[in-house]
Design a protein around this ligand. Structure first.
Ligand SMILES: Cc1cc2nc3c(=O)[nH]c(=O)nc-3n(C[C@H](O)[C@H](O)[C@H](O)COP(=O)(O)OP(=O)(O)OC[C@H]3O[C@@H](n4cnc5c(N)ncnc54)[C@H](O)[C@@H]3O)c2cc1C
Length: 381
């Protein structure tokens, strides 16, 4: 019997494998991963300092332990280079593996700004536990860290690193943090809370150069100003890893296009997690991939099950300013109803007829998360 092959051992790959094993203990399962294959919770990367975690302690099970738990064969440090759909094979660095069904759980790549300068290669990003190890090493004997991007991940790192004693600067083209997700009043709350800890903000500018100087790295901005720092961390967004699927002739849009059964344009190939696009939605968060993994496990076990997404608010890990965001789906048109109190901000995005489209809660208003979530429509019914 040919195995089910899962490419990727992130939360998506491991969760679908675990869910599948609850339903089917016999079908051979192979997981292939470009990385070391250890299990870790990726969201912890941006608050690991505060919790005293190193790259090694973030990994809670090795590839060998996961293989035993899942009764699966795991091939770590193995990059898939191509998919041959006609013969149902994937090509790896030194050979090939056949599959009956293939699950692409490839994740997403960090976006990079088009920077110039002789220190561009020194700009770091943290998108997996290996990156985190490199980053920790790079900042070991340093003091100043500049973060490119004041979005969700940039703000989380800023909170974590400033708490750990670093001198943190955040650079963002918008006028306030989380500019694409929350209205200004909520962004201001985050800005003020992190400023109080010492974060230095640079809004309305974009980094265009990074150069080495005798005193560290100099970031040049598009308005002619500059900032000198020791380490530059880029957190400007992610792009689904879809190149392998595109090269194999699968439908690709922003992500690997899949239907509600997470089936790609090839009925033997599925996609899950940060790399997938379902009904036009690319949702690079844990809750959607958990929903997807449960549905896909049933489908792989012989009971085709469509995925549905409830409303899925995201808790932002900025303890200086507790924050919950339920971003509206793309294109949703509404108006923000904003209530600012001394201890928080409650921003509700409503349609003219009163229907709640999304929300952003800061500080004490976070207590309303559950009640408001119940009022939201499912992201995919
Ligand atoms: C710093 C940070 C903080 C976050 N915080 C939150 C949060 O608080 N809440 C939340 O909901 N979400 C959060 N997220 C997002 C969440 O972590 C991701 O949505 C989720 O972990 C994605 O899992 P994945 O398995 O799809 O991708 P990944 O974890 O990226 O796994 C992809 C896997 O594919 C493998 N791979 C890729 N290409 C190949 C290839 N060609 N051959 C073989 N293997 C390959 C990789 O080696 C890896 O094993 C955060 C993300 C980051 C980066």
């Amino acid at each position: 019997m040919q195995p089910i092959v899962i490419v990727g051992t992130g939360l998506a790959g491991y969760t679908v494998a675990r869910e599948f094993r609850k339903l089917d203990s016999d079908t051979p399962l192979v997981l292939i991963s470009a990385d070391a294959g250890g299990f870790y919770s990726k969201p912890m990367l941006s608050n690991a300092f505060a919790q005293g975690k190193t790259a090694a302690t973030l990994v809670t099970a090795s590839a060998e332990q996961m293989a035993e738990q899942l009764r699966a064969e795991i091939l770590p440090h193995t990059q898939i280079t191509a998919i041959d759909r006609a013969t149902k094979r994937v090509y790896v660095d030194h050979g090939e593996r056949r599959y009956a069904k293939l699950v692409l759980a490839l994740g997403a790549d960090p976006l990079r700004l088009p920077l110039q300068g002789d220190a561009v290669a020194d700009v770091l990003s943290v998108n997996d536990v290996q990156d985190y190890a490199r980053f920790r090493h790079a900042i070991e004997d340093k003091r100043r860290i500049a973060i490119l991007g004041g979005g969700l991940i940039g703000c989380e790192f800023a909170n974590d690193l400033v708490t750990a004693g670093y001198q943190v600067s955040v650079i963002d083209i918008a006028t306030h943090p989380l500019g694409r997700l929350v209205p200004e009043a909520v962004g201001t709350c985050v800005r003020d809370a992190l400023s109080a800890l010492g974060v230095d903000w640079h809004f309305g500018v974009s980094a265009s150069t990074v150069d080495k100087t005798s005193d560290g790295l100099r970031i040049g901005f598009n308005d002619g100003s500059s900032l000198t720092t020791d380490v530059v961390l880029s957190a400007v967004g992610l792009r689904p890893r879809a190149q392998l699927a595109a090269a194999a002739g699968l439908n690709v849009n922003r992500g690997i296009v899949a239907d509600r059964y997470l089936t790609t344009s090839d009925p033997a190939i599925y996609a899950l997690g940060d790399c997938v696009e379902v009904a036009g939605l690319v949702l690079p968060f844990v809750m959607p991939l958990m929903q997807g993994a449960r549905a896909l496990a049933k489908t792989l076990a012989g009971a085709p099950t469509p995925v549905s997404y409830p409303a899925m608010p995201v808790v932002v890990k900025t303890p200086a300013c507790p924050l919950v965001i339920a971003p509206p789906t793309l294109g949703a048109a509404g108006a923000w109803d904003i209530q600012v109190d001394t201890d928080g901000v409650r921003a509700l995005l409503r349609e003219p007829n009163g229907v709640l489209l999304g929300f952003a809660l800061a500080g004490a208003a976070c207590a309303e998360k559950q009640a408001l979530t119940k009022q939201l429509l499912p992201a995919l019914a």
